[in-house]
Ligand binder design. Structure first.
Ligand code: PLP
Length: 425
């Protein structure tokens, strides 16, 4: 029995025959009377779909959702109801997961450079599984959490990923023997290997190579006397844009490599830390045009010499769209008008700015769209990954409100709840 009820943001049940677009239309109509604040509509059915696809294509791999990617309570509760584990990167993320009823054994503290006090917190709350990639970390862990079950994170080839992580994290293979030896001297228990091929991985071969590398580390660890039983294949999965077909391909390669290097008889537990994959397409952002200026562009660019529409919207780079600056998957956001647009409507060269007083707060430029007016709404799809969890308070603009929606069928079949706190809409 899982209770998804949320005190402040009740989950709304979607009546049969109504779509997410109907919900967005309804919210916008409601807001017309009073507020124009930005908002998200979250489709929990989308998360269920992703999960069903995961378990069907990667049956040997239990997902531990990466909380950092999107820490919205409804998302975490939904995933917990679906029996995923959780990858937490800090004391606060562990605290959040535990507060939602996640069991300590369903958490991996997947950060290799942790503050001492956070390791102490993990110990006090029986979160034992954690990663490391350096000797100093081993010393800290031996001091405050000597019973921890350790997972050595290795650096792997992530050169074909949109966001590389191995320059910052992961023990290089030639250093692994010495590091494991140090863990042995400190009487620490190493139980597995983890890696991350980088976020937005484009090549399935990266997984194959990383799994082969992990096999080598298992062999070294076994010689040193460790009982190795866990492989963590990290994150890096996506299913939007150019990645649409990649998940199937990656799954095939991962399954084949696991069978080759860690045959099922080995009894190995395999987990992963997907973030983006689970939430990217479940969130649609609605933003409002709060101001407009029309200028003649004199700079030499695609709009030089023409009238340019400058629109100012109420969410931006310091809010839900900080991903523009660090996440290549989001470097080109394409907001589109909520209102119906006729094919024959003229398009104007436009720049869309965020609301703050900083000029890097720009969403898109040389963007040809129909004319918009103050009060119009724009929608942005696929806004679930590295958005709500990476906002700032700059200029104190209100953060986008989150409305969560689920179909009755998903609600009743997946999450059997008593008093759900949900509302029919
Ligand atoms: N695990 C770790 C340690 C990470 O650093 C990240 C992302 O930075 C993830 C998992 C999630 O990665 P992704 O969103 O690509 O699945």
């Amino acid at each position: 029995m899982h209770d998804l009820s949320l005190e402040r943001n009740p989950i709304e049940i979607l009546e049969t025959g109504r779509s997410i677009s109907d919900i967005i239309d309804g919210k916008i109509r409601q807001l017309y009377s009073g507020s124009e604040e930005p908002f998200y509509v979250v489709n929990l059915d989308n998360i269920l779909e992703r999960h069903l696809q995961w378990i069907s294509l990667l049956p040997r791999v239990k997902p531990f959702y990466a909380v950092k990617c999107n820490n919205t309570t409804a998302v975490l509760k939904m995933l917990s109801a679906l029996d995923t584990g959780f990858d937490c990167a800090s004391k606060a993320e562990i605290e959040l997961a535990l507060s939602l009823g996640v069991k300590p054994d369903d958490i991996i503290y997947a950060h290799t450079t942790k503050p001492l006090s956070h390791i102490r917190y993990a110990c006090a709350h029986r979160v034992n599984l954690m990663t490391f990639d350096n000797e100093e970390e081993l010393l800290k862990i031996s001091l405050v959490h000597p019973q921890a079950k350790l997972v050595i994170r290795i650096a792997v080839d992530d050169s074909k990923s949109m966001v590389r992580l191995s320059p910052k994290f992961g023990a290089r293979l030639p250093t692994v023997r010495q590091l494991l030896g140090r863990a042995r001297e400190l009487n620490l228990e190493v139980v597995g290997v983890s890696f991350h091929v980088g976020s937005g991985c484009t090549r399935s071969s990266a997984f194959r190579q990383a799994i082969e590398d992990a096999r080598r580390v298992f062999d070294v660890a076994s010689v040193l006397g460790f009982q190795m039983r866990l492989l963590d294949i990290g994150g890096g999965f996506s299913k939007i844009g150019d990645f649409q077909e990649k998940f199937e391909e990656f799954s095939e390669v991962i399954n084949g490599s696991l069978d080759e290097f860690f045959p099922p008889v080995s009894g190995l537990e395999v987990i992963a830390e997907p973030g983006r994959y689970y939430v990217e397409s479940a969130f649609t952002l609605a933003v409002n045009v709060i101001a407009k200026r029309v200028v003649v562009e004199d700079r030499a660019n695609k709009c030089a010499g023409v009238r340019v529409m400058m629109y100012y919207i109420n969410d931006g780079v310091y809010g839900s769209m900080s991903c523009i600056t660090f996440d290549p998957a989001h470097s080109k956001l394409e907001p589109y008008p909520h209102r119906a647009v006729k094919k024959s409507e003229p398009r104007y060269c436009s720049v869309i700015w965020g609301p703050t007083c900083d000029s890097i707060d720009k969403i898109t430029e040389s963007y040809w769209i129909p004319e918009l007016y103050v009060g119009d709404w724009l929608l942005v799809d696929n806004m679930g990954a590295y958005t709500v969890s990476v906002t700032t308070d700059f200029n104190s603009f209100e953060k986008a409100h989150i409305y969560t929606v689920v179909t009755a069928e998903t609600w009743h079949t997946t999450i059997t709840a008593g008093d759900c706190g949900c509302t029919e809409i």
